[in-house]
Design a protein around this ligand. Sequence first.
Ligand code: NAP
Ligand code: MG
Length: 402
Amino acid sequence: MNKINMVTPLVEMDGDEMTRILWKMIKEELIVPFINLKTEYYDLGLEYRNETNDQVTIDAAYATMKYGVAVKCATITPNAARMDEYELKEMWKSPNGTIRAILDGTVFRSPIVVKGIEPCVKNWIKPITIARHAYGDVYKNSEIRVPGPGKAELVFTDENGTVTRETIQQFKGAGVLQGMHNTDESIESFARACFNYAIDSKQDLWFATKDTISKKYDHRFKDIFQEIFEKEYTAKFEELNIEYFYTLIDDAVARVMKAEGGFIWACKNYDGDVMSDMVSSAFGSLAMMTSVLVSPSGVFEYEAAHGTVQRHYYQHLKGKETSTNSVATIFAWTGALRKRGELDQNLELVEYANRMDKATLKTIEEGYMTKDLALITSIKNATVLNSENFILKVKEMYLKLS
Ligand code: NAP
Ligand code: MG
């Protein structure tokens, strides 16, 4: 078999723990035998991040900007326990946060839908992709515990010293107070990332806020989306026969429950936090969620939505066999390779990605899966495979499909 050549390298970001083990297996068994793989490799494993004072994460983000497509393994976000475990110089920031800040991107999370793993909402036959605005609102707020009677005001002083003042509440007793903000710039870049991703994935885009109650704050989100849509995206949406649809958040929630899926749901920060957990758990498994970071300028970084599966890694270190699901990590690789293929007009690479996805799904549909899926599948007498054997089974299926 002739191996497929690549034109432009992918930015490859290696990671930590069990997913680092899967990463190596996927490359060795599912990619390198079929592709003359060209990557620019960045080791985002915690040890090397610590050694380079996290410079490697920054370099990887800039490389992504340069080349346009990256694939990332799950990485540890250090906490106090990790400080001791890895003898860290500092509690390094979340790599995803660092990369997102540099690329100014929005994260789109979608479930991998496969026969045999049915969502609890039975009419969800296609994936629902959640786009979360990851800036501001309650996540960057100021709060005061009001001790007793008094007047709460919202005050803004502009650069010339002009003051705008609003009474929030005349407190008669104790209470609580919260101030939050967002910026036009951040909302605009979120809107563009959403419109671009809708075009890229040829899906409708839904957006919802509570603008009837929040007549200035949420209304600003609605207006920015509408203005950008009309100015920059209407023609393209018409051409692709896709729709941009705005509604109230409560209406959106009700409609989502009755919908069949196959659309992107853009959410404000808090809504996205909550709704992405609801959607992913309803679709069955965290191990079946993919995630892609899209920048407003059209740069893509693919990864699995789950973490490094630490508990399995400790089993693995003890020499015990694990049955860790590699599907979302395989899809991160195929997503990135497909996008690279599209940008380079490398049809063979696109076909490889499509076939590998199909082989992965068909493996599960024929009853071969890891333990997490075996626990929830509707397929009778499913065969539980260990981490390595699942990947080998996918390879066997890929060869059958070729
Ligand atoms: P996790 O790695 O997602 O795992 C949580 C649990 O979910 C696992 O213990 C496992 O359950 C199940 N699970 C998740 N992925 C699975 C898979 N592929 N196959 C089978 N089961 C799977 O989350 P965590 O344990 O909270 O976090 C571990 C580390 O990952 C942390 O250091 C965190 O900072 C990092 N993290 C990274 C990212 C990222 O890079 N994008 C995202 C989230 C978390 P059982 O143990 O019951 O089998
Ligand atoms: Mg959450």
